[in-house]
Write a new protein. Structure first.
Length: 514
């Protein structure tokens, strides 16, 4: 019994000694940390405080686990004393953890309050309004000035987009006009001032600020909304669309389908805008009812002078074709014109003519149907074979229209030289042959690229002559005839009245008596 009583006393003394040793070690560690903190700068101290607290928490947890193991192995008295010490340490540790959590919450709140500053490179750019631009108009550009020179001159300024140049004008000494397009936010007045102080190839540009379009949508006569006029416009606009598509090479298919198009009078196309277009070109009339009732057949032209008969289905089909022509081919149907080089101009889709309100006065519908409109849209329709073709061919021959075969023969003859009898030279290669036929074969076999160049030059020259819009010299103005004074008498008859002339009527040529 006595031996058993001495054992717990010895274990209590060992536990006290262990606790004192741990306290000494903890003090030494704290002194070491304080010395390191004094040596380090202030910035590093703040960074290491959080790490030190985490390390202290981990060490405290390890000590708890060791003490628990000892308490389970020891007696109840030692367990009670150790449990009391552990409970005190456990009370202190949660307070430290709560303080750390509060500090972290404060830091998170402060970071949330601070506004996030996004750099300019990261900010998403708003889409630019393509129809809003500023531009400068160049009144005088010499024909020797190239597009590259104008672009290089204007590209130095911020906001530069593109350059558009018109054709030379014979009336103005072959000078050209130009438009320089910039972004909407560009300082256009300062740029215009700088361009006025520049001379390009000793030519003053005459730069002025180009105004915005006053009216983008312009109305036409409201009678164009009449059903008969709309049906006629669908027929003409469909032909124009088909011709321009084939000319540019849009919506083309295999050769077999092209043959079908010719058989159906050119109203079949792969273009979805012209899908089932023939269904809207068929006219309807109540001819049987009028015949049975003995009524005279009425025409839409008579009714159109008073009222406008609208058909929304036909109008929707026509609007789709008109918008297609305007956007794709730059053709304004109701204005009967084309806007050339529109992709390079400041407004890429500027003016559009549309149907206006119904007319208040009576209008003749015949001016808006059939031949008058076809005559205005003739430049956009396929040419019809006529008697004038022979006249045009004779004019082209007078303008020295070239033939490909004759020009190739001239080229071959110019490159065959006779040196002596049975000695012929090809100057292209320097080789000698026995006859001109051998030289001709040599040129076609060994210098085929030269023959191809001749063909291209002939084709280019003939296309230039056949182009009605080619630059030509202006025709001299015809002399004006002197207007003779008109007289109120019948023509003279010298044979019957002799040298006295025609009879004079009352007070003709004589002053009135007072």
């Amino acid at each position: 019994m006595e031996v058993e009583a001495e054992q717990p006393a010895e274990e209590e003394e060992k536990g006290k000694i262990d606790e004192e040793e741990q306290e000494l070690k903890d003090k030494e560690n704290e002194e070491d940390f304080e010395k390191i903190d004094e040596d380090e700068p202030k910035d590093t101290k703040e960074d290491k405080t959080i790490d030190e607290e985490e390390e202290a928490n981990e060490e405290s947890k390890r000590l708890k686990e060791k003490k628990r193991k000892r308490s389970y192995s020891g007696s109840s008295s030692s367990s009670s004393s150790s449990s009391s010490s552990d409970s005190e340490e456990e009370k202190e540790e949660p307070t430290k953890e709560k303080d750390i959590e509060k500090e972290e919450d404060k830091e998170d709140k402060e970071t949330d309050k601070k506004p996030e500053i996004i750099p300019d490179d990261v900010k998403p750019e708003k889409p630019r309004a393509l129809h809003k631009t500023t531009s400068i108009f160049l009144r005088n550009l010499a024909p020797t000035i190239t597009r590259q020179e104008v672009e290089a001159m204007c590209a130095r300024y911020d906001g530069f987009l593109r350059v558009a140049l018109a054709d030379p004008q014979p009336d103005r000494r072959w000078l050209r006009r130009g438009w320089v397009t910039f972004k909407r936010d560009a300082n256009i007045k300062e740029i215009c001032w700088n361009l006025n102080n520049i001379r390009l190839r000793d030519c003053e540009l005459g730069a002025i600020v180009n105004r915005d379009l006053s009216r983008r949508i312009r109305p036409v006569n409201g009678i164009t909304a009449h059903k008969q006029v709309v049906r006629s416009d669908i027929r003409i606009s469909a032909r124009v669309t088909l011709h321009l598509d084939t000319k540019v090479g849009l919506w083309l298919d295999e050769e077999e389908k092209k043959e079908k198009i010719h058989q159906t009078f050119g109203l079949v196309s792969n273009n979805p805008v012209l899908h089932n277009i023939t269904d809207y070109l068929i006219e309807e009339a109540s001819a049987e009812e009028e015949e049975l009732l003995g009524l005279e057949p009425t025409t839409d032209a008579q009714d159109a002078t008073t009222t406008v008969d609208r058909d929304d289905n036909l109008i929707s089909v026509l609007d789709r074709i008109i918008l297609y022509l305007r956007v794709v081919h730059s053709v304004d149907y109701y204005n009967h014109c084309e806007y050339p080089n529109e992709d390079e101009m400041p407004n890429r889709c500027g003016i559009l003519h549309a149907r206006g309100p119904p007319p208040t006065a009576k209008t003749d519908i015949s001016q808006f149907i059939g031949a008058p409109i076809e005559a205005k849209m003739a430049p956009f329709l396929p040419e019809k074979p006529s008697r004038d073709e022979n006249k045009n061919e004779s004019k082209l021959i007078q303008l020295s229209l070239k033939d490909v075969d004759t020009e190739i023969d001239k080229f071959v003859q110019a490159n065959t030289r006779e040196l002596a009898k049975d000695k012929w030279l090809c100057p292209l290669s320097g080789k000698k042959f026995k006859g001109p036929d051998f030289v001709r074969k040599h040129i076609f076999n060994k210098h085929a690229e030269k023959i191809e160049e001749v063909r291209k030059e002939v084709e280019f020259f003939n296309n230039y002559l056949q182009d009605p819009k080619r630059p030509m010299l202006a025709e001299p103005p015809q002399p004006k005839r002197e207007e003779q004074p008109t007289y109120n008498h019948p023509p003279a008859y010298p044979s019957s009245y002799g040298s006295y002339g025609p009879p004079r009527y009352y007070n003709q040529g004589y002053p009135q008596r007072p």
